[in-house]
Design a protein around this ligand. Structure first.
Ligand code: C2E
Ligand code: MG
Ligand code: MG
Length: 637
């Protein structure tokens, strides 16, 4: 019997042992009701729990779904990262290997196989280094002992140090290898092909020490080598330093152009190299300046011998793009230890000797001598004061009248520059014009002369012309024609009243550019005279190159002229006749005596210029002279 029912029957049993059925029925009903209430409560609890579980489930589902998406994304990210890593690994210019703590290969890239000529399938993760090196040895890209190499590498890695080596491959390429330790006891190796970098570094180093045009050592390398040589030279041995400079290089450069100038420099460099033994340093130390170190000489003659050879070699004509060009070289030589023991000192002294070689006529060589120092200093002082002279207005012009013999009038006066030096007094042009030419200052001086002469002539009576001397250097200036036009315009002088005097050397040094400039000037109405005729070489050929208006026969033909000098007379006579036939006026220069006047008149010269008739004189005097001639000119006109 159910315990609950037993207890209810007990409760409903009366003391007399009779069961009160009503009470029992009530008790049972109450128990059923209670049970029903419990069941309903329980059901409600269960429902609540089910609901809660349901909510929880849904939350979990959402969370799982979210996690799944996140994981998916992460996976995608990881695979993208893997792809990127793979791309990076296989596209890097360096080869890469990674070994784990057990010295087994974990990662490698394609570049490694390419670099060492291995088949991609040869290499597999898990391999050990000696196996890999053996594969390389079979391909010829490893030449050492795989075990020994691995042992020394591992020893370094174990100490936490990087292991570096360089490998030369049979194809000439150089590989730089770095093995760096990793925290797990493994290491990562990078292999870089540094061949191109090395080559570039070599080229840069070469460029820093060589001249790009001629590929000769430059001044820096020259000085280094000279310093080395001087340190090594002991025991009575001597070293000669040559300083060379091309004569007339500027003319080639200016007239034919830089392309020709450059080509000439290259050819000169080749010839210089050919003159000396391979281990002798020949350098280009400036524009057209070269230097040579001649070691181990015993006497000056050893150096002189080479200097002569060099002069000879440079002198041979050059065929530059079908143009024949001739140049010469001047050489200054200083000898160590006699003339100095330091590179700078030797170069300076060789330069001084070069100065002398040039002054002595070029195309030659000179050894340094102590007194040159003083000469060069004096020359430098002259150069400085010449520069000052121009700025401080120390130049002045004198004018020398030129007489027309037939008409007995002064058609023209020649402008002759004078330097009124504050201490030295009047310096004649012969002393400073050559210096100004070498300095290039003549261009500025020449412009001053031209402007001044045009201004002065504009004040002269009777349309008297002015003759102005042009230096060969001025003729090279591309600015010459505009400069002449400017000077005429500024003075208001008609071009027909200007004569420009050039010497044969102008046509010697130059070709088309000069002739073209002369034609341009002539087309303006300017007259062109050939000055100092007879002092150059092949005079007649120059007369054919340009139709000069006037030929000035040099003083040297006139000064000795006398009735008894038949050959002198014959020369001047034929020159005068030649000029006449070519339609040129002839001026006899340097006429000093009445006899000479008569002789040149008889011979057929048109004009005379000389002390007999009038010295070069300041502006105010020449104006007076011209005014004195006015009546006569009026008469003869
Ligand atoms: P040049 O052009 O032949 O000038 C004539 C020179 O002969 C002048 O010398 C003149 O004084 C000199 N002379 C004239 N008649 C006689 C004479 O009867 N006897 C002697 N013994 N000499 C006479 P200067 O003035 O000393 O000039 C010398 C040279 O300097 C000139 O020769 C010319 O080549 C150059 N020169 C003068 N002025 C200039 C200038 O402004 N520019 C340039 N580039 N050169 C100039
Ligand atoms: Mg002259
Ligand atoms: Mg002259």
């Amino acid at each position: 019997m159910h315990r609950l029912f037993a207890r209810q029957r007990e409760k409903a049993t009366k003391p007399n042992g009779v069961v009160d059925l009503d009470v029992l029925g009530e008790l049972v009903a109450t128990a059923y009701e209670q049970a029903e209430r419990d069941r309903v409560r329980t059901e409600r609890s269960i429902n609540l729990m089910v609901d809660e579980l349901d909510t929880l489930n849904r939350t979990l589902e959402v969370q799982v779904a979210e996690r799944t998406v996140a994981l998916g994304n992460r996976e995608k990210e990881l695979s993208a990262q893997n792809l990127r890593f793979d791309a990076a690994l296989n596209n890097m210019s360096q080869a890469l290997l990674m070994f784990d703590g057990n010295s087994r290969l974990v990662i490698h890239n394609k570049r490694y196989c390419e670099m060492y000529w291995l088949a991609p399938d040869d290499i597999k993760p898990g391999m050990v280094l000696p196996d890999l090196l053996r594969l390389r040895r079979a391909c010829g890209t490893f030449s050492g002992d795989p075990e020994a190499y691995t042992a020394s590498l591992k020893a370094m890695i174990a100490r936490g140090e990087s292991f570096h080596s360089s490998i030369e491959l049979p194809n000439g390429r150089t590989i730089d290898v770095w093995n760096s330790p990793m925290p797990d006891g493994g290491w990562v190796a990078t292999h870089e092909d540094i061949t191109d970098r090395r080559r570039a570094e070599k080229i840069i180093a070469h460029m820093a020490h060589h001249d790009s045009l001629t590929d000769l050592p430059n001044r820096v390398l020259f000085q280094e080598r000279l310093a080395d040589m001087l340190r090594e030279t002991r025991d009575g041995k001597r070293v000669a330093v040559f300083y060379l400079d091309l004569d007339n290089f500027k003319a080639v450069n200016d007239t034919l152009g830089h392309q020709y100038g450059d080509e000439l420099l290259k050819r000169v460099a080749q010839r210089l190299r050919a003159c000396v033994h391979e281990n002798i340093t020949v350098a280009r130390v400036g524009g057209d300046e070269f230097a040579v170190i001649l070691p181990d000489i015993v006497t000056h003659d050893d150096a002189a011998l080479l200097a002569r050879d060099i002069c000879q070699a440079i002198r041979d004509p050059y065929d530059l793009f079908s143009h024949v060009v001739v140049t010469d070289t001047s050489i200054g030589i200083a000898i160590a230890p006699d003339n100095g023991s330091q590179p700078d000192e030797l170069l300076k002294n060789a330069d001084m000797a070069l100065y002398r070689a040039k002054a002595d006529g070029r195309g030659t060589f000179r050894f340094f001598e102590a007194e040159m120092d003083a000469t060069v200093k004096a020359r430098r002082a002259l150069e400085n004061s010449l520069r000052e002279a121009l700025m401080e207005g120390q130049f002045t012009l004198h004018y020398q009248p030129i007489l027309n013999l037939d008409e007995n009038r002064i058609p023209c006066c020649e402008a002759l520059i004078r330097w009124n030096h504050p201490e030295r007094g009047m310096v004649p042009p012969g002393e400073f014009i050559p210096v100004a030419e070498e300095m290039g200052l003549i261009v500025a001086i020449g412009e001053w002369v031209l402007r001044q002469a045009c201004n002065d002539a504009a004040t002269w009576p009777n349309n008297t012309k002015v003759a102005v001397n042009l230096s060969p250097i001025q003729m090279l200036s591309p600015n010459l024609v505009p400069m002449v036009i400017g000077a005429l315009a500024a003075a208001g002088l008609p071009a027909s009243r200007l004569e420009l005097e050039i010497t044969e050397s102008v046509l010697m040094q130059n070709t088309e550019a000069t002739v073209a400039a002369l034609h341009q000037l002539r087309s303006l109405g300017v007259k062109i005279s050939m000055d100092d005729f007879g002092t150059g070489f092949s005079s007649l050929s120059y007369l054919r190159r340009f139709p000069f208006d006037k030929l000035k026969i040099d003083r040297c033909f006139i000064s000795d002229l006398s009735k008894h000098d038949q050959s002198g007379l014959a020369i001047v006579r034929s020159v005068a006749a030649l000029a006449k036939n070519l339609g040129m006026i002839t001026t006899a220069e340097g006429v000093e005596t009445a006899e000479q006047v008569e002789l040149v008149r008889m011979i057929g010269c048109t004009e005379v210029q000389g002390f007999y008739f009038g010295r070069p004189q300041p502006l105010k005097d020449i104006v007076r002279t011209l005014n004195q001639y006015l009546p006569k000119q009026a008469k003869s006109a």
